[in-house]
Ligand binder design. Structure first.
Ligand SMILES: O=c1ccn([C@@H]2O[C@H](COP(=O)(O)O)[C@@H](O)[C@H]2O)c(=O)[nH]1
Length: 243
């Protein structure tokens, strides 16, 4: 696994699988949250809302705070455009970035090959089926397939294309472990501690269930960032996983 420090400071190598999704409309709010969190307990994720509003500056600021950053922009375009976008992400020094696996083999291979040219090579993963989607959502877009089967299919394609892992629901990790190599990473949003609001997520598990399923990393947003005491919420989850 790539443990290179994006900040150029001592490598984080956080043993925690938790990645906190900083879904905020501006850099100030995102950094205010990050300052309450501990880089030894979690990594952070910059997604479309925050990056569109703040751009690379927020990534730099999070690196300065000592965090590994997952740049979650889910690129999906023709191979050349996707590869160049992933290359630009690599130059930001991020720890992990991603593309949509449904962009296909040639798109993913182009992205992988672009990263291979860079000095800093982030982990590159493929989004399978969004955790907000269920069978009816797939049917609505003409995919008459069980979500689990589609995840399995896209995970195999992603591994064959030379990427490091996938984004999927923790519910599908067992299936992926049966069909992909042991090193293949599973990054799982749709994590909801017992009693937390499900919101728009559909294929969910609790942090403890996700850990039992064998996930590599779990992405947790609102259950931490919208908690009354976010730092405590994060700490409780991390401790429940250690226990
Ligand atoms: O399939 C996917 C891919 C990405 N996400 C992202 O993860 C977080 C989840 O946030 P919560 O507040 O814990 O629901 C969010 O940034 C999504 O863009 C996902 O949920 N599912």
């Amino acid at each position: 696994m790539n443990t290179q420090s994006p900040s150029g400071q001592s490598p984080l190598q956080s043993p925690s699988p938790v990645i906190v999704a900083l879904d905020y409309p501006n850099k100030e709010q995102a950094l205010a949250m990050a300052q309450q969190l501990d880089p030894a307990q979690c990594r952070v994720k910059v997604g479309k809302e925050l990056f569109t509003a703040s751009g690379p500056l927020v990534v730099d600021a999070l690196h300065q705070l000592g965090f590994d950053v997952f740049l979650d922009l889910k690129f999906h375009d023709i191979p050349n455009t996707c590869a160049k976008a992933v290359g630009a992400a690599a130059e930001l020094g991020v720890w992990m970035t991603n593309v949509h696996a449904s962009g296909g083999r040639r798109m993913m291979e182009a992205a992988r090959n672009e990263i291979a040219k860079k000095n800093h090579q982030p982990l590159l993963i493929g989004v399978t089926v969004l955790t907000s989607m269920e069978q009816q959502d797939l049917a609505d877009i003409g995919l008459n397939v069980d979500p689990q089967l589609q995840v399995k299919r896209l995970a195999q394609l992603t591994e064959q294309s030379g990427l490091d892992g996938v984004v999927c629901s923790a519910q599908e990790v067992g299936l992926i472990r049966e069909t992909c190599s042991a090193e293949f990473l599973t990054v799982t949003p749709g994590i909801r501690p017992a009693g937390a609001e499900q919101g728009d997520q559909r294929r969910i598990l609790t942090p403890e269930q996700a850990q039992q399923a064998g996930v590599s990393y779990m992405v947790i947003g609102r259950p931490i960032t919208q908690a009354a005491e976010p730092a405590l919420a994060c700490q409780r989850i991390v401790e429940s996983l250690r226990g």
